[in-house]
Ligand binder design. Structure first.
Ligand code: 6R9
Length: 652
């Protein structure tokens, strides 16, 4: 049965009744957003508070050589005033953040009201100011999922500093490169990060990273576990400083196009890119997508299970929900600790209304059976969301029927670090859902399918190609930190006049869009982006390795796994010890998420006569699909392929 013929799900009566928009409403609003972006966003731009209101709305160009994106450019605002202060008057005693700890048996959850949040944010802002941070300075945040991470983000925005969060699972090397990449003045970290019952020594990782950085970089340390750390001259204790800090700090007036944050993400080549988002357009877009996609209503409890180290945590744990005055959950743990019922336990405990997670987590939990879900009361759930990778229909159906009991629409949200917020997603009261498809564009988004060879738009239905976006939307990234040219070539270089997502896409017979995965050398491991080039360069940095090629292969739980082909230096023996050492090496160079799942010794790699590695062949072998390797006649030495097939690691 083709995907388009599978069962579809029209909006349930309850979802349609509750929703902000129905099908006709979506069509009308979408047409308005595309036909009159100035009028549409001029109106919706008012959902946030401006210090000086904007008079111009859209000023953007996708013209080759002149990529320039500005929204609301003459307006001024402050993000922390929008996410905190303006709610203190109307809902000061409402809970803004519910913090749920890693271990529910030893630690209580915390409930932080908007009024308390304001004090915490002001104090943190005051501490940063005492450390010399001023408007435009960069601050790196390397933290566990604790409320102080959100305070730190909002404190930066309060004084106009630009934050760059580095996921706590990244290694000291990766952290050091990012601190230097944005020339940060301060790094905020914690002693240890508990996760799944284990603690990562964050402070000592930060110490190791800072050995590679300027002496002037300061380190602000938040106490989380109280576990032992060493103390150096550059360290400051947040817990001591906060005792002395003022409990009010004036928000700084920022221009709409002032940078708000930098977030490093993997590309298909070379070093990670520092994606830059700016203040006004990003906040409008994060808030609006949060409200419409999740059908958020006043009083709802919203839970996005991501980590703030990823863009999903930025837009849908912190900025979107708090700009809307929501109650947002920050979860420190993992889906399977202390047991595989943890997500559902937290949903029941805090009466979660909207739940947003990744397909990899759904697949992992599905494997543990329905009992873990069924023993919890999930009757408060109204909507389920998915993000990070395509969701396979089997996982979709389990999520819909077992978790949502057939009552909760699933929003499969396609978007990227670069896009700031949702790009394609069903809307719960408007869209007839198709398991596995992100389906329709959000307001203001103009997706097109291009022929990858000609770059021409492919019209009509039942077609496929690459996914591009034809015009700007307010949440779009503005540049790559310090390298606007790379921004232009990466996103606009392949198809002139279009933003290229890097993803393949098909439009089905009904005109709905299905994102089929990356078409570049980026792999998606448990929803985390990994450039194959990054893993390769980590491998070849080891003294025993002469050459390495990395590809993705289908993995039941992670979506894609990392498959590495390694050619050793002459005279070095391929042993199991060396394999373990190389795995450990990659973990320490990049972080645990980059560790190869399968590592094959390759006496030679398949190369063209011009020396280009033929990854197509390596992908096929990794997929255990070696019967259809295609034309290998252009290889310099076709015999290497036989050896690779013979000794392949994936025999599933
Ligand atoms: C938000 C986020 C972006 C890449 C993107 C695509 C994949 C994300 C998806 C999806 C299919 C979805 N992706 N959501 N693919 N359906 N609903 O994940 O950002 O980490 O930058 O990754 O993730 O391949 O290009 P980011």
């Amino acid at each position: 049965m083709s995907a388009t013929k599978s069962k579809t799900y029209p909006p349930t009566a309850a979802a349609a009744k509750r929703a902000h928009v129905d099908a006709a409403g979506y069509d009308k609003m979408y047409a308005h957003s595309i036909n009159d972006p100035d009028g549409f966003w001029g109106e919706h731009g008012k959902r946030i508070d401006w210090i000086k209101p904007f008079t111009t709305v859209k000023n953007t160009s996708f013209e080759p050589g002149n990529i320039d994106i500005k929204w609301f450019e003459d307006g001024t605002l402050n993000v922390s005033a929008n996410c905190v202060d303006r709610h203190v008057e109307t809902r000061g005693d409402q809970v803004a953040i519910i913090w749920e700890p890693d271990d529910p048996n030893t630690t209580e959850s915390l409930h932080i009201t908007y009024r308390e949040l304001q004090t915490h944010v002001c104090k943190m802002a005051n501490v940063l100011q005492t450390l010399g941070v001023t408007k435009g300075d960069r601050v790196v945040i390397y933290m566990p999922m604790v409320p102080e991470a959100a305070y730190a983000m909002l404190a930066c925005t309060r004084i106009g500093a630009v934050h760059s969060i580095v996921f706590a699972g990244f290694s000291p090397d990766a952290l050091g490169a990012r601190i230097n990449g944005c020339d940060a003045k301060v790094v905020i970290t914690a002693d240890h990060a508990p996760r799944g019952g284990k603690a990562t020594p964050l402070k000592s990782n930060a110490d190791a990273a800072l050995l590679r950085c300027k002496d002037s970089v300061k380190c602000l340390v938040v106490k989380r576990t109280g576990g032992q750390t060493t103390w150096t001259d550059r360290d400051y204790s947040y817990n001591d400083m906060v005792l002395e800090a003022d409990d009010y700090q004036q928000p700084v007036e920022m221009a709409a196009e002032d940078p708000l944050f930098i977030l490093y993400t993997s590309g298909s080549t070379g070093q990670p890119k520092g994606v830059v988002h700016t203040t006004g357009g990003y906040l409008v877009y994060a808030a609006m997508t949060h409200e419409y996609t999740f059908d958020y209503h006043e009083g709802d409890v919203f839970w996005c299970t991501a980590d703030v180290g990823w863009v999903t945590g930025h837009s849908y744990i912190v900025y979107g929900p708090l700009a809307n005055g929501a109650t947002t959950i920050m979860f420190e743990g993992v889906p399977t600790y202390p047991d595989p019922g943890r997500f559902w336990d937290v949903c029941a405990k805090h009466k979660v209304n909207q739940f947003y997670t990744a397909p990899t987590a759904i697949r992992a939990l599905m494997a543990h059976g329905n009992d873990w879900v069924e023993k919890h009361d999930l009757s408060d759930l109204k909507l389920l969301g998915s993000v990070g990778e395509p969701i396979n229909p089997e996982a979709w159906n389990w999520y819909y029927n077992v978790v949502g009991k057939g009552n909760c629409p699933i929003v499969d949200t396609f978007w990227q670090t670069e896009t700031g917020g949702h790009m394609l997603t069903p809307l719960p009261g408007a869209t007839t859902l198709k398991p596995g498809a992100a389906q329709v564009p959000f307001f203001g988004v103009l997706p097109v399918v291009l022929d990858p060879q000609s770059g021409e738009e492919v019209h009509g239905n039942d077609v496929s190609g690459v996914l591009c976006i034809k015009d700007s939307w307010p949440g779009q990234m503005r540049t790559i930190w310090g390298d606007h040219e790379r921004f232009e070539t990466t996103y606009f270089g392949d198809y002139a006049g279009y933003y290229f997502s890097g993803d393949g896409c098909k439009r089905d017979a009904d005109g709905d869009l299905w994102v089929t995965g990356r078409v570049d050398d980026v792999i998606n491991v448990s929803g985390h982006r990994m450039g194959t080039a990054e893993v390769e360069s980590a491998l070849v940095a080891h003294v025993a390795v002469a050459e390495a090629a990395v590809v993705g292969y289908p993995h039941d739980i992670k979506g894609q796994g990392i498959y590495a082909y390694v050619t050793l230096m002459n005279g070095i023996d391929p042993t199991d010890e060396l394999r373990a050492e190389l795995n450990k090496w990659v973990r320490s160079e990049i972080g645990p998420i980059a560790k190869p799942d399968l590592l094959q010794w390759a006496p030679g790699l398949p190369k063209t006569r011009s020396g280009k590695i033929m990854r197509r062949i390596l992908r096929k072998i990794a997929e255990n699909d070696f019967d259809t390797l295609g034309d290998t006649s252009t290889l310099a030495d076709p015999s290497v392929v036989e050896d690779l097939v013979e000794n392949r690691m994936n025999r599933s």
